[in-house]
Design a protein. Sequence first.
Length: 132
Amino acid sequence: MQDFIHTYQELQVYQLAFDCSTEIFHLSRSFPKDETTLLTHQSLAASRSVCASIAEAWGKRRYRKAFVAKLSDAQAEAAEMQTWIQVAIRCGYLGGEVGQELFGRYGLIFAALDRLIENAAVWVKSSEGISQ
């Protein structure tokens, strides 16, 4: 697995998260102005944080605990995004079909991150002489 992936941008979970983040950006532009500091800001921050945390995890692959911690952060942000999507649907800012599809994609992201965490040993770089 690791031999074929050289950058975090090649990870399917990163690509999915980035696509979702971009979609959230476009969808949030239609949210009411009074939601700018709450729902819009929180949605944009959380969706972007999923991507950023995956990138940070990739950079911390020398240390298993740090790698797993950043992937766990990405999972937390994905779960947060599911909450913001549910709020947007309930408030009528997102159509049910679009919202449910996005909600499902964040569920896939969460599950994919879980698999990365479970298989962290495959992804962690060799660090001879460095304590894990």
